[in-house]
Design a protein. Sequence first.
Length: 354
Amino acid sequence: MFAEVHKPEKLSGEELDHYLSEGWFRNGQRIFTTNFLNFNNQLYSAIWLRIQLKNSNEDSAFKKLSKLNNRFTITIQPASITSEKEALFQEYRSGMSFVASQTLHTLLFGDSAFDIFNTYEVLLHDQNVLIGAGYFDIGNNSAAGIISFYDLAYKKHSLGKYLILLKVNYCKELELDFFYPGYFAPNYAAFDYKLSIGKKNLSFLQLSSQSWLPIDLFDSANDPYQLMIGKLKEAQKLLMLSGVSCKLYNYTFFEANIIPNLIGLNLFDFPVFVTCFDEVEDVVNPMIVYDIPNQCFHLVVCKSVWKADQSLEEEGFYSTHLLKMKKHICSVENAEEIVKIISNVTTANSNLNT
């Protein structure tokens, strides 16, 4: 599955380590994973990152920022939420284009009254004024950065980066193995700052192999969404040359599996697909998807779980139905094979109708 969420009643440090190593991340008191993102009706890949802490050299940027910010008081302690921290979070949120949660409490706790995570905070004070805060979860041998926010009047002090580096340095002092800063999204610059943190020791989780590779090995060939699009456009072009009508769609509800009240439904979660046949009532019949981990095309049939209001429609997006896989028809390695199968079916249908 490309998108999934779990809601454990308890979470040990060892369990957190395992989740993080598989590309999962915290969301309130749940833990989720996703491989694709939608920002302003444009899809991107989510590329998970981690920093190796052991045997890593001191970050030169950390030394520089420590000198720049040496007048600020640093406090690292178990996390708590106060009105002062909420106020700073709201101020920061109002000045940024992307902060998902409405409150700090919602971000950390959601609708839960208890904390399954071992969460710490790093606070920065300028004399007695709170100017920055960052939160991170600690497991047995790894930690995950959750969020950092700061007083935007101190922007020239690079407090966002400084807070992350303070977390990383603290985890090094604890002799942890890894620090997970979350994901970046190729071609979406808002998360690119993570690529400069611990770069010599930074790795990414490659979807095709499910292995961690040095960030220097990442290129466009490692971008799952772009790879899917490229493979499906290849199939679409061949289908059209064969006289088969088809459409390529982004799928609006590809992240439905991480919606809490849909947990366990195992909904269809490919972010992009090609349709080749007329849709019948409550069924998309069938569609082509490209499976990156297995490096092959699948021909599948999905059924409708829920029909959307027409007002949800966006150009290039499929939003008519919330889908669940009904049947897997076949798998093939290349576009020519999938086109041959569909062309044969189309020809057979035409013969039946004449």
